[in-house]
Design a protein around this ligand. Structure first.
Ligand code: PLP
Length: 436
């Protein structure tokens, strides 16, 4: 590693990235698949290439195939935010390039993670048991899927300890049909028998939140069959419609049956740093674990998924290798620390509110055009809507619904308006074809 070479190349890369951001709005958000194999050689070069030719290739061959998640015109899935602060943290993390599996491998990495996760827990007003100063604590995982898996494994081991190692085939998991598929995958990996994963149909009259009575009913049947209910996963901000499951009631069910209660707030957790949205976490007091993604809607470059647990090992130092699947881990707390410091909580709250306000604006536009309907009540920055079918016959068919998720860092009202104009034009075309 030549420091001067790094300085020169690093400056050029920063310029390249800054130019990319300057022109990002001009790119189509979505690109075409299956084009790259034709453009690149089928083996690695034997001799070193130049940065110039690499930049040319990035410009001409890579960028045309990039889906521009940071475009202000991006309204798909849920957002995945980047920011200058997040970038700088990533750069520094790459510079140190530590492998922080245990405290001794880089005390600053472990200790900063503990501190930043405590800060975040306080911003979310999580119960004090989730803080490192009590028995619990937070840890950064790569993704929410890993966080859910880690929580499930901890719950499984607790249940097996209580009921005996041979009871695995009796352990039952409860979630709704709106729970992210990450839970199904986690159950497979954790060895939970597929017939013991209860997928309770969410209540369509309650914005697709799960009804606690439906969970209780399934649980009673399982208990009477000699099965062992051990895990409930609730969601705050489901992936399809941002539904919020009834945490207090589900928490009570979990408590009365000595089950592990996990809350997945991957997307909507960010909104709960605002006092006016915090009530969506009421009931978190009963949770054993809670996760949210700072890499979704919190200006922290991917990957940075936060998981808190109420009970951990009571050691004087933490070895985070024991809180995750892999051994090695990156210095991810740096970027979150930088985001928190360089924005401050007040600005982060304003950032969230701005997106929710833009989503409200989009909702108003929909309501002003009788050809469209809002399908589920909007809670955060996701709007679910559809074109109203022109004849009642269509009501008998399946409902296709569109999702409009506001949350890219560069999105302004004019981008929402442009998307709305596009939708209106498409609606005119589609309805025109249906009538003729
Ligand atoms: N949980 C919820 C509620 C989500 O919306 C998502 C993704 O959108 C996930 C989990 C999975 O997130 P990740 O990609 O971090 O695993």
């Amino acid at each position: 590693m030549d420091a001067e070479q790094l300085r020169e190349c690093g400056h050029r890369m920063v310029d390249f990235v800054a130019d990319y951001y300057k022109s990002i709005e001009a790119f189509p958000v979505l690109s075409q698949p299956g084009y790259l194999k034709e453009l690149l050689p089928d083996s690695a070069p034997r001799q070193p290439d130049t940065l110039d030719s690499l930049f040319d290739d990035i410009q001409q061959k890579i960028i045309p195939g990039v889906t521009h998640w940071q475009s202000p015109n991006y309204f798909a899935y849920y957002p995945s935010n980047s920011s200058t602060a997040g970038f700088l943290g990533e750069m520094l993390s790459a510079a140190f390039n530590i492998v922080g599996f245990s405290w001794i491998t880089s005390p600053a990495a472990t200790e900063l993670e503990v501190i930043v996760l405590d800060w975040f827990a306080k911003m979310l007003q999580l119960p004090s048991q989730f803080l490192s100063t009590a028995l619990g604590g937070g840890v950064i995982q790569g993704t929410a899927s890993e966080a859910v898996l880690v929580a499930l494994l901890a719950a499984r081991d607790r249940a097996l300890k209580k009921h005996g190692k041979h009871s695995l085939e009796k352990l039952v998991v409860y979630a709704s049909d709106q729970t992210h598929s990450a839970l199904q995958k986690a159950c497979q990996i954790a060895g939970i028998f597929s017939e013991n994963v209860r997928v309770v149909i969410a209540d369509c009259n309650k914005n697709y939140a799960v009804a606690p009575e439906a969970v209780s009913e399934a649980l009673s049947i399982d208990l009477s069959s000699g099965l062992i209910p051990f895990f409930i996963c609730a969601t705050v901000g489901t992936t399809s419609s941002s539904a919020v499951d009834p945490l207090p009631e589900l928490g009570q069910i979990a408590k009365s049956n000595d089950m592990w209660f996990h809350i997945d707030a991957a997307y909507a957790g960010s909104a709960c740093i605002c006092p006016e949205y915090r009530h969506h976490l009421n009931g978190v007091e009963e949770a054993d674990s809670f996760n949210m993604n700072a890499h979704k809607w919190f200006l922290t470059n991917f990957d940075c998924s936060l998981l808190w647990v109420k009970a951990s090992q009571a050691n004087s130092v933490v070895d985070f290798k024991d809180w995750q699947i892999p051994l090695g881990r990156r210095f991810r707390s740096l970027k979150l620390w930088m985001v928190l410091r360089l924005y401050g909580v007040d600005n982060l709250q304003s950032y969230i509110r701005k997106h929710i306000h833009l989503a409200e604006h989009f909702e108003q536009l929909l309501l002003s055009d009788s050809r469209f309907e809002v399908v589920t009540p909007r809670t955060f920055s996701l709007v679910c809507f559809r074109l109203v079918p022109p004849t009642s016959d269509h009501e008998n068919g399946r409902k296709f619904v569109l999702r409009f998720a506001v949350g890219a860092p560069l999105t302004e009202e004019r981008h929402v308006d442009a998307a709305w104009k596009l939708l209106q034009d498409e609606a005119t075309k589609v309805l025109g074809k249906m009538i003729t």
